[in-house]
Design a protein around this ligand. Structure first.
Ligand SMILES: Nc1nc2c(ncn2[C@@H]2O[C@H](COP(=O)(O)OP(=O)(O)OP(=O)(O)O)[C@@H](O)[C@H]2O)c(=O)[nH]1
Length: 222
């Protein structure tokens, strides 16, 4: 995977907001830590409120900034739901392969997502903690079948062992890029040659926006 890390001296062409959702303790924060900083912590604390991190990479010779939002799986720590989903072009629905309940709850998370997010959002189902194969309670086949039925991308990952984390984010980002550029083409044709690339793509955050590399805000009810 060469030619993948973003060139920071270049302008950013796209900013894509991706949200992470799923039960508490399935590993959302650690997937984000692994992808954005190549870090992992075994004594990760439950997320309170919302935080996001960014990472810039190159897709199709364009600098794409992934802005990945993470919120608490625990209801009492969750920030306002509609604000969390606003502007999201991708979502990762995460469960823990060693916790059946976290997979059984995915349908509910999907319902919430579809109730709040843009219709064109790209959704990926993630079975995390694949390193805990000996304690597996969700078969790969069950998850695959569910994903196919619901039209979701699917991958098993391990934030701990760094297995499939980068490929999972790259898959969803590439698919978002495809969706957005396809939409832009249509929009351009409809706008009689206007230079507005983003016209009609209400799901893209303008690239001029400057976001800090690590930001934490929104908070908490208890
Ligand atoms: N074995 C294993 N443990 C993991 C993996 N990913 C996360 N964990 C552990 O699982 C626990 C919960 O991880 P978090 O990333 O905090 O989970 P979360 O989904 O963000 O939880 P909330 O913030 O409460 O929603 C921590 O102890 C992590 O170290 C993994 O891939 N394998």
């Amino acid at each position: 995977m060469s030619n993948y890390h973003g060139d920071f001296s270049q302008k950013i062409d796209y900013v894509f907001k991706i949200v992470l959702i799923g039960d508490s303790a399935v590993g959302k924060s650690q997937l984000l830590a692994r992808f954005s900083r190549n870090e992992f912590s075994l004594d990760s604390k439950a997320t309170i409120g919302v935080e996001f991190q960014t990472k810039t990479l190159v897709i199709d010779h364009k600098n794409v900034k992934a802005q990945i939002w993470d919120t608490a799986g625990q209801e009492r720590y969750r920030a306002v739901t509609s604000a969390y989903y606003r502007g999201a072009v991708g979502a990762m629905l995460v469960y823990d392969i060693s916790k059946r309940q976290s997979f059984d709850h995915i349908a509910r998370w999907l319902e919430e997502l579809r109730g709040h997010a843009d219709n064109n959002i790209v959704i990926m189902l993630i079975g995390n903690k694949s390193d805990l194969d000996s304690q597996r309670e969700v078969s790969t086949e069950d998850a695959k079948e569910f994903a196919e039925r619901e039209g979701l991308f699917f991958m098993e990952t391990s934030a701990l062992e760094a297995t499939n984390v980068e490929p999972a984010f790259l898959t969803i980002l590439t698919e978002i890029y495809r969706t957005v550029t396809k939409k832009s083409l249509v929009a351009n044709e409809e706008s009689e040659g206007s230079a507005s690339l983003l016209k009609g793509t209400d799901i893209v955050v303008p690239s001029q926006e400057v976001v800090s590399e690590r930001s934490k805000f929104g908070c908490c009810s208890s």
